[in-house]
Design a protein around this ligand. Structure first.
Ligand SMILES: CC(=O)[C@@H](O)[C@H](O)COP(=O)(O)O
Ligand SMILES: NCC(=O)COP(=O)(O)O
Length: 251
């Protein structure tokens, strides 16, 4: 079974376009879980363009109460900004089951690459240890590069999350490179499994590109937000979550 973790960033983005709490991010998280999602993902960014620290606290409480996985993503090097305390303090305070470390700069529109662990491995290692000592599973956002994935194991990660943006783009463009891109993801996943790492995946996955991606060897979890939120506009959130659950089950 491949777990579906629904990313609520885009619900928060709409909420932040007005004063007040509409739509309510926690209520939408509850609806996703009621509809069959296995967990919730958020990616707080220092500029608080969508998820705010208070959302992380409230969703941690929701997920703990439901006994489901809470996955907090972000850049561990970004530091505090305003009332954003920095990823590590927020994760250590809220105790999610999983923290996915992502090498984003504050200026990025969205995540667009995995870690270069030749560059960042040494400073990630103590952060990973601190998170694991606190009982938080650590996943690293990675490109499908076997040498880099070996380094992910060496710095102590539990899992990798394969960055699926280029795969999704190749599907949407009907690119001639699609088969080789997916083959590289499969080889990367096999390598991670061989090293004892778990395999997650995410970014721009949708109902069109997921049927193939779900066949990735050993895939444990996908986190999906943008496309699922757009689908929810058309079909409703409960139906959208159910569609993704069915798709992951191969139906
Ligand atoms: C790591 C990843 O691929 C997603 O978390 C993505 O970065 C979503 O973040 P935004 O919703 O800010 O684009
Ligand atoms: N980790 C990927 C994620 O949480 C969702 O990304 P997207 O579906 O919003 O592109």
């Amino acid at each position: 079974m491949i777990a579906l973790s629904v990313n609520l960033n885009k619900i928060a983005l709409i909420r932040n376009s007005r004063e007040g709490n509409f739509p309510d991010v926690v209520a939408h998280g509850r609806t996703c879980l009621d509809a069959g999602a296995d967990g919730i993902t958020v990616h707080p960014r220092p500029d608080q363009r969508h998820i705010r620290p208070g959302d992380v606290r409230d969703l941690a409480t929701l997920c703990a109460g439901r006994g489901v996985e809470f996955n907090v993503e972000g850049n561990p090097f970004a530091g505090a900004m305003g009332n954003y305390p920095g990823l590590l303090p927020l994760v250590l305070e809220t105790g999610p089951q999983q923290c996915t470390l992502v090498p984003d700069s504050n200026e990025q529109l969205t995540s667009d690459h995995g870690f270069d662990l030749n560059k960042d491995g040494a400073r990630l290692e103590p952060i990973i240890k601190q998170l694991k000592d606190a009982g938080v599973r650590v996943s690293l956002f990675m490109d499908p590069d076997k040498q880099q994935i070996s380094l992910a194991r060496d710095v102590g990660a539990d899992r990798i999350e394969l960055y699926t943006g280029p795969y999704a783009e190749a599907v949407s463009q009907q690119s001639a490179d699609l088969d080789s891109i997916f083959a590289a993801h499969c080889a990367a996943a096999e390598h991670a499994l061989f090293l004892g790492l778990g395999v997650n995946a995410g970014h721009d996955l949708n109902l069109i590109n997921l049927p193939r991606y779900r066949t990735l060897p050993g895939l444990q979890e996908v986190s999906i937000g943008h496309a699922l939120t757009v689908d929810a506009i058309n079909m409703g959130l409960t139906n959208a979550v159910a569609a993704y659950v069915n798709c992951l089950a191969g139906n």
